[in-house]
Design a protein around this ligand. Structure first.
Ligand code: ADP
Ligand code: MG
Length: 324
């Protein structure tokens, strides 16, 4: 057991200083007024920030390990969607009080994922207030090789990674009475909500292949729509081709399809590829352990057309400031 930290500086030394492994490109990490890092030659620096607020981005009862894990996962997911190689993170943490057990678990969750991707925590800020976790992630990509939202063209095929709607089902389960949460099937689905896997390898593989990409944080339709708007195109989606995990397949099909189309938090990638590059994509995809499925096609006519969906879509996805 470590001693309880006595002040903000002890806290930083105890919990944040050695949270991650050291990288050679970090000249100066935690402990000075700012960090110093070296971006490789001929690469763009890719920068993203995401904030997690309890009750909005995770159920209030979420385990602190999972909060730490997810805070990093959602930021790495943004880097993945840009085709970036992750390198550094900085953490702005607002805490109501110094709860050492909470801090231990939170930093362990973050550390587990950071070490898996050789990401180093290089700085941050610690303040008192209502719990809020803001993480900034930095990565790099060869100049002009980032995956963007604005490159989709009519005729491109639309792909998604993994399966869709799992986190949405996980949220339903998490908000139910915790009767049999130990059920292994429920645990798998809850993991999809609480410990999303950033699709870094896929993002790297898609460099020079995909014409556009986005990570699905707010729901497939809502996020695909961002690609369509930026690219000034439309899409046709074949609902029966949406990849569903066994727990989703066990639901009434309209319910499962609705989750797959509109539920957020899956952090899968949605991307487009030209028909000419599709064979190369399919060949390269055999080198990673992640299935990707074609779910439709980009069209010149704007808007989204769904085939095979008989349900009633009330909303497209999660919005923080949507009108009631
Ligand atoms: P300053 O007052 O100069 O802004 P701080 O006292 O806030 O510095 O932080 C001291 C050092 O600890 C800095 O290098 C800062 O980046 C780091 N730090 C503070 N909070 C965190 C945190 N939550 N995670 C990682 N590093 C942190
Ligand atoms: Mg400060």
């Amino acid at each position: 057991m470590q001693d309880s930290p006595h002040n903000e500086f002890d806290l930083i030394d105890t919990y944040f200083k050695n949270l991650t492994s050291a990288r050679a490109d970090v000249e100066l990490g935690i402990g000075d007024d700012a960090a110093l890092v070296t971006v490789p030659a001929n690469h763009s620096l890719v920068i993203t920030t995401d904030t997690l607020v309890p009750g909005v981005h995770f159920p209030v009862a979420t385990a602190p390990f999972d909060i730490g894990y997810k805070a990093l996962a959602v930021n790495l997911s943004d880097l993945a969607a840009m085709g970036a190689q992750p390198a550094w993170i900085s953490l702005a943490l607002t805490l109501p009080a110094v709860d050492t057990a909470w801090l231990h678990d939170f930093t362990q969750g973050m550390s587990q994922l950071a070490k898996a991707y050789q990401v180093q925590l290089i700085g941050g800020d610690t303040t008192r207030g209502a719990l809020s976790i803001t993480l900034q992630a930095f990565g790099f990509v060869p100049v002009h090789h980032a995956l963007r939202r604005d490159g989709a063209k009519a005729g491109d095929k639309i792909y998604v990674s993994g399966t869709l709607g799992d986190a949405g089902l996980g949220l339903r389960i998490a908000l139910q009475k915790p009767d049999d949460l130990q059920d292994p099937a429920k645990q798998i689905i809850l993991q999809r909500l609480n410990r999303p896997t950033p699709r870094i390898e896929l993002g790297l593989l898609l460099r020079g292949l995909a014409t556009s990409a986005i990570d699905i944080s707010d729901g497939l339709l809502a996020d695909l729509n961002h690609i369509l708007q930026k690219s000034e195109v439309g899409a046709h989606i074949e609902t029966k081709n949406l990849p569903l995990s066994p727990p989703l397949q066990a639901l009434p099909s309209e319910d499962a399809q609705q989750l797959a189309l509109t539920a957020g938090d899956d952090y899968e990638l949605c991307f487009t590829v030209s028909p000419e590059k599709e064979p190369e994509l399919l060949e390269k995809l055999t080198t990673i352990q992640l299935a990707c499925h074609c779910i439709g096609e980009i069209q010149a006519e704007q808007g989204i057309r769904l085939s095979g969906f008989t349900g009633n879509l009330t909303a497209w996805g999660f919005q923080h400031f949507a009108e009631p």
